[in-house]
Design a protein around this ligand. Sequence first.
Ligand SMILES: [Zn+2]
Length: 330
Amino acid sequence: MANKLTRRDVIKCSLGAGVGAGIGAGLFQNASQAVASESEDTVVPRKRVLRFAHLTDIHVKPERGAGQGMAAALRHAQALDDPPEMIFTGGDGIMDALAATHSRTKQQWQLWNSILKDECSLPLQHCIGNHDIWGWSKSKSETTGDEALWGKQWALQAYGLAKSYRSFDQAGWHFIVLDSVQPRPQGGYMAVLDDEQFDWLANDLAGVDPATPIIVISHIPIVSVTPAFFKDYFKDSKTQVPGSLLHNDMHRIKDLFYNHKNVRLCVSGHIHLVDRVEYLGVTYICDGAVSGAWWGGDWHETPPGYGVFDLYDDASFDHVYVPYGWEARE
Ligand SMILES: [Zn+2]
């Protein structure tokens, strides 16, 4: 019978939709059900190939014990009973360089580097965020734009990156790390891929074996409902998403992903809130922030925390958001 679904088909279908939606799971426990636990003789259990922690929006600064908070989050992640094999930082590692002077920016990156050196024994990957960019607010940062480290250069140096976007293969998955942040013609920044990066992304996707699952990391979400909880979302009886909160080019990125069904998972930060959106077979997860409300406690209902991702050999994945118990300090 052509239409008779086997258990294996059902599992495949649920994987196609992102391994279920964590039925009955709480806000911070939206991991998928374990496929292997449903196993029958004919089902090959999935095998975990990588566990990594996603520490985003750390926003480290000398005040409010932020350095101790960053260290506490790193220690917490590495001391889990089943610890991650890699740490991915998701951007906005420092409080702010956009409007900070040279000395203030230097102070923040020194703090960042010394804490990572002392507190992180795992391999690191980084993604650039808006607050990592030095001096785009020229008057406040007292810059001219001619400084060697101006713009993204300082962050690239601090993160040890040659370029603000890249891809690599690990554990049978293809990782794409995007640079969400471009200057806005009227000043400030907006979330978008410029044409050069978009073309690079299209080419990169085209070069991946369709059997290889793809994970995309960006600082700013491509798709997320979290911006709806920002006060500017409803203004003058209209709804509007500020161009700094979501990728302005989500439509063309969606079209691109639609042609590459092996794009499985998109991970972001920036909003400091957690959500999970399933759309056209892609799961978009926005993680909360290590800094919570920029070291002022919880942001809305979301406590300071980090994400733990498990990637499997059957293109499935799990995610949990892990609060690490940080209390705001004066
Ligand atoms: Zn950000």
